[in-house]
Write a protein that binds this ligand. Sequence first.
Ligand code: GDP
Length: 333
Amino acid sequence: MGVTPHPGTPVRRSLRAPDVDKLVEDACAGQLRAVSRLLSLVEEGVPDLPRITAALAERPGHAHVIGLTGAPGVGKSTSASALVDAYRRRGARVAVLAVDPSSPLSGGALLGDRVRMQEHAGDRGVFVRSMASRGQLGGLSRATPQALRVLDAAGFDVVLLETVGVGQSEVSVAGMADTTLVLLAPGLGDGVQAAKAGLLEVADVFVVNKADTPGAEQVVRDLRRMLSLDHRRGGERWRTPVLKTNAVDHEGYDEVLEAVDRHVAWSATTGEIEHRRTRRAGEELDALVRAAVTRRLAGLRGGEAFRRMAAEVAGGRSDPYSAADRLIGSLLS
Ligand code: GDP
């Protein structure tokens, strides 16, 4: 497993225990260099991760994770910047974690983020970071919850989890957030496209961006119609708001933040927040177990027992299912 090493980051050997403790302590004290270093270790999937993760687990913070997803070009990066600005005006410390499940390298995304987030350069209450998965199955399912744990322990009030593009892995990463904003824009990702991409299910708030362009009102109407069909049950159910923004001019964000606040309150009273965090931990566990099993299987395949079993099956002395069961037994013992 593992995700793309950060460009320019040397491959790290094991850290000494006091170094891990110091790094975690510094990150928890809000030192951004330590936060950055920990995220690199998470991204690389270094052997020290179990110790780092255990140390972080003892220092839970209070971050609310806001997912931001939508089709390319809809205005996610511009909106992330506008949201950072809106939260900064409230005095909140904000981290942006941009994950790109499809990109072969995080270099491009990193550069893009740096350019787009320039207006927050020098603001120590803002931290921006990209991660890519090199297309490896499970890479982001493992790394994303761990990266969120680092940012939470580092004391950020809000973490914006921005996913690049819309595919199954983006939908799954967006599903790791406490509150998910799905962005649409006229001509890009209308309601029907959002439904096809599986976004209606993960959306807690719809944001129709580029409200300054023709067709925004139509996208809002279409979405509301689809949602009124979907949400007739009422009761304790969350009614997904449909809001309009102009990310370039930072317009409409009071309403977006107010909707997120309401979702936070609703999640707390209904127990939805625990449900989502448990699901996120489940994704992480699933990825860790798969990786461990895959590693052991690779070792087993190269070994004598595997070769002998294959010969037994080939020679008709064992059937493949019984042989596979015995190998699985030895894999887990
Ligand atoms: P992403 O690919 O979803 O991250 O989209 P970007 O944030 O890179 O935005 C894509 C393009 O849309 C850029 O040229 C932005 O300047 C533009 N854009 C973003 N938000 C708005 C908006 O609210 N109104 C208008 N007119 N353009 C916008």
